[in-house]
Design a protein around this ligand. Sequence first.
Ligand SMILES: Nc1nc2c(c(=O)[nH]1)N[C@H]1C(S)=C(S)[C@@H](COP(=O)(O)O)O[C@H]1N2
Ligand SMILES: [Mo]
Length: 221
Amino acid sequence: MLGLGALGVAAAPTLQRGLESFLGSAADKDPTGLTDLLPNGGGFRYYSVASSVPHRSAADYRLTVDGLVDRPTTYTLPALRALPQTRLVRDVQCVTGWRVPQTPFEGVRLSSILDAAGVRPSAKALRLTCFDGTYSESLTLPQARRADVLVALRMQDKPLGHTHGGPVRLYVGPMYFYKSAKWLSGITVTDRVEPGYWENRGYDVDAWVGRSNGRDDEPTH
Ligand SMILES: Nc1nc2c(c(=O)[nH]1)N[C@H]1C(S)=C(S)[C@@H](COP(=O)(O)O)O[C@H]1N2
Ligand SMILES: [Mo]
């Protein structure tokens, strides 16, 4: 009882603040799971909203594709490696401000995984889940089918290490880095967008870099 009461008191001022000040304080305090600068991380920061994340080896990793598809599929890591690989080099941009220029990512286009599964006509979106047991993300089908969205197996021309979400993470090139779910374990095709972890906490579902989360970097004419 005492614990619940204390929680209520602590939560009230937070709820009274609007989204803008939430996002403002987000930029200051960087609440999106930052724990530390990675040693030799080349500017990357380590993020995890889960306090500990199990390791998945090349032998025990699985990615399931299910939901509104004709052919639900489970991929092993060798199966993903055997598919055609696409390499993209873009700037990584976290919504809290840090940026890593020209970072190579390599993996299987999400669109080809969706085509192989046979997406049903009623489908509208994807729910992405992670083997940390906590994080989730979402994409609309048109977003997921873009050529710059990958199921990534490599980053910086190396196999994805555990800290960066290995062995497999999502890579959403045109969006803020929170869309790029680490430790990817599930792709479920759904009939509507189900907001992900940070989106349930005030961040934009459509997270285009420079055109979301209170930013509008379009040049004025
Ligand atoms: N599973 C999971 N994926 C995640 C996150 C997380 O906490 N858990 N954080 C996101 C955020 S906010 C960022 S900026 C990037 C950070 O990726 P990095 O740890 O490889 O730098 O991962 C994104 N994907
Ligand atoms: Mo982030």
